[in-house]
Design a protein. Structure first.
Length: 154
């Protein structure tokens, strides 16, 4: 018996998106790809996923058009994959709102003006959209702030 339903052909756009994006391993793998990790072993170590779990998720993400595998052995976000950034920001914002982290958690800032964002998709100061080109993340586990890694940095 499958662990969940297959919603890939559902009439509802949210159900179709959830078919790929509602998997926690996909979300943490996206987080690590945006954090600049691209090699399988880096992704495995950062997410804590077993090899078989990560392999399946990367295959699913590739089939969904979120990532592509390069000859270098790394996985890179596609333009479609980069469009998931506001989803990760929304998850971070939701968690901060209901359970403030004691370690500071993920902080999201606009690279244009340096102001920390409270929204999943807009900078509060320069009132411009936050996308993969204009976002800096600060995660305690990553040390210093860094720009979100995007496809153009391959």
């Amino acid at each position: 018996m499958p662990l969940r339903s297959d919603w890939s052909d559902a009439g509802c756009v949210i159900a179709r998106a959830a078919d790929v994006l509602a998997d926690p391993w996909v979300l943490v793998t996206l987080r690590e790809l945006f954090s600049g990790r691209h090699r399988f072993d880096e992704l495995r170590d950062a997410t804590g996923a077993a090899d078989s779990v990560l392999s399946r998720r990367l295959r699913t993400m590739t089939e969904a058009g979120l990532v592509e595998r390069h000859d270098s052995g790394g996985y890179w976000l596609t333009a479609t994959g980069e469009r998931t950034l506001p989803i990760l920001h929304a998850y971070a914002g939701f968690t901060r709102a209901v359970e403030p982290p004691n370690d500071g958690g993920l902080r999201i800032s606009c690279t244009r003006c340096g102001v920390e964002a409270v929204s999943a998709d807009w900078c509060p100061a320069c009132v411009a959209p936050l996308d993969a080109e204009s976002t800096t993340w600060m995660r305690p586990s990553m040390g210093a702030p860094f720009r979100v890694a995007v496809g153009s940095t391959r």
